[in-house]
Design a protein around this ligand. Sequence first.
Ligand code: GDP
Ligand code: MG
Length: 163
Amino acid sequence: MKPVIALVGRPNVGKSTLFNRMTKSRDAIVADFAGLTRDRHYGDGKLGGRDYIVIDTGGFEPDASSGIVREMAKQTRQAVAEADAIVFVVDVRAGLSAQDHDIARYLRTTGKPVVLAANKAEGMQEGPQIAEFYELGLGAPVPVSAAHGQGVRSLVEAALELL
Ligand code: GDP
Ligand code: MG
């Protein structure tokens, strides 16, 4: 079985952009993987010499109680349940938010291995903007730029190393 990586994070942090960078084909794999639900976005990827499946998710609000937001939260929980590793995407330009803390707390309860992707880091030096995400207690943020394709291979390698 290929390892499954789920992309989790609040809306607009760049999950779908990262998904596109991490995949070489989309929606091609579900038939081979019994147990994966069909109503989310799956892709096949191969970076760092290893095949994997990646799941994109909608924005996640763990305490959402109604409507579409609640549905997205449910989808995200299912994606996390299916995943062998989580890439938790945060936005270094927006900075650390209360929602990021909520998501980190939720992810810790799952016991799944998590890599923290510090996205939108193009043109940024390692510094306080990235370092503040250590506060989430999920280890070293991996700086990436999904939009520019920077750091994505290292991120995937870091996720696969946790398996
Ligand atoms: P999602 O809601 O988490 O799936 O986020 P999207 O992938 O839809 O991206 C949200 C916005 O962030 C879009 O306008 C993207 O172009 C932008 N974005 C994504 N990745 C990057 C990045 O690496 N750098 C910058 N500057 N913008 C990005
Ligand atoms: Mg998206």
